[in-house]
Design a protein around this ligand. Structure first.
Ligand SMILES: Nc1nc2c(ncn2[C@@H]2O[C@H](COP(=O)(O)OP(=O)(O)OP(=O)(O)O)[C@@H](O)[C@H]2O)c(=O)[nH]1
Ligand SMILES: [Mg+2]
Length: 319
């Protein structure tokens, strides 16, 4: 069974690479036909996507953000002037990992507001954490690999500004790991989502090439039971064309509007962790969840007499 899963994964990856490499029209149509045959849900979704209209406003945003461009961005904050100083105050100094947790007993005390990233294994959660928390120097804090099942523990990161915390979660769906271990990390993730009082937003990462897949739909049923507000983030946008991305976003928005999901925001974010495009816009979106300076000051005073506070959080609040 595991051999079959592994081979089908390798086959899908190879086909993805072939599709990217082949750009001539003739080869492209051959590759797409092969892909359609290989993908289990391929045909219906692809033809639906082709029939989906392109919203010019969505297309304009995509082009403004340059998320579909495969070129790496030179500047970290290209659209700096468009955003308030508050985004810089919260994010620009980056953050650090202060705790890993394999089981709920290891969760750190809930102190700062948290934003968690979830999604299928290999969708790029840890890469996006690095884009968000790496600061202007783009430090690589979370381990990333082209291997589903890299992150097996919850990683808690605190921003050096002391306003917000970011949590990298292990993925769901297919991963190279023992069934028992996968089951255990999924249980820990579910426990975290249900009990964490300081969790303010759940970012559900989707691969821009595939959109919402079966594994995501299964998890979305579970998210309905959680109280937290969620938001879709289409990652790996550098691997798709702008018109395909515009259609994909339109489709997802339609699905959200149909009311099948609960507490999911209609605003679908777009990123490419490779080029860092869209990361700043996402930071700006999340800044509203961070502590206000007065709340931060009060928290700093409260924590002065409390034990059990991780050093990194104490340091961040002192700064
Ligand atoms: N082209 C492209 N590749 C990406 C992007 N984001 C991540 N990747 C690649 O996708 C692979 C998986 O990235 P990770 O960040 O480790 O994925 P993950 O979701 O954390 O995976 P798990 O920890 O296994 O759940 C790596 O090889 C990354 O280089 C992106 O925006 N564009
Ligand atoms: Mg990871």
């Amino acid at each position: 069974m595991s051999f079959i899963c592994k081979s089908s994964y390798v086959l899908r990856r190879s086909l993805d690479k072939v599709r990217t490499a082949l750009s001539s029209k003739r080869w492209k149509s051959i590759a797409q036909t092969t892909l359609k045959k290989a993908s289990p849900s391929g045909r219906g979704v692809r033809s639906r996507l082709r029939r989906t209209p392109i919203d010019p406003k969505i297309l304009e945003t995509i082009n403004e953000l340059e998320v579909c461009s495969p070129r790496r961005r030179r500047t970290e904050y290209p659209d700096q002037e468009r955003f308030s100083g508050r985004v810089f105050q919260v994010w620009s100094r980056g953050g650090e990992l202060y705790k890993r947790a394999r089981v709920p007993e290891e969760f750190p005390e809930a102190i700062l507001p948290e934003v968690a990233l979830i999604g299928r294994s290999n969708v790029g959660k840890s890469c996006l954490v690095n884009s968000l928390v790496g600061g202007t120097k783009s430090r690589y804090l979370a381990e990333t690999k082209d291997f589903p099942g890299t992150t097996r523990e919850l990683g808690f990161y605190v921003l050096r500004s002391g306003f917000l915390s970011v949590v990298d979660l292990p993925g769901y769906g297919f991963a190279f790991a023992e069934e028992q271990e996968k089951k255990q990390w999924l249980e820990t993730v579910k426990e975290y989502l249900q009990q964490r009082k300081t969790l303010k937003r759940l970012l559900i990462l989707l691969d821009a090439r595939h959109g919402i897949m079966k594994a995501d739909r299964d998890m979305l049923q579970f998210f309905k039971r959680c109280k937290v507000k969620s938001q879709f983030v289409l990652n790996k946008c550098d691997l798709v064309k702008d018109d395909e991305l515009a259609r994909r976003i339109y489709m997802i928005r339609e699905e959200i509007s149909s009311g099948v999901y609960k507490r999911i925001l209609k605003n679908v974010m777009m990123t490419s962790s490779h080029t860092r495009a869209g990361a700043f816009t996402l930071q700006a979106e999340l800044t509203g969840l961070a502590l206000r300076p007065s709340q931060r000051h009060r928290l700093k005073l409260d924590l002065a007499t409390r034990g059990n506070v991780p050093d990194a959080i104490r340091r961040a609040l002192k700064s």
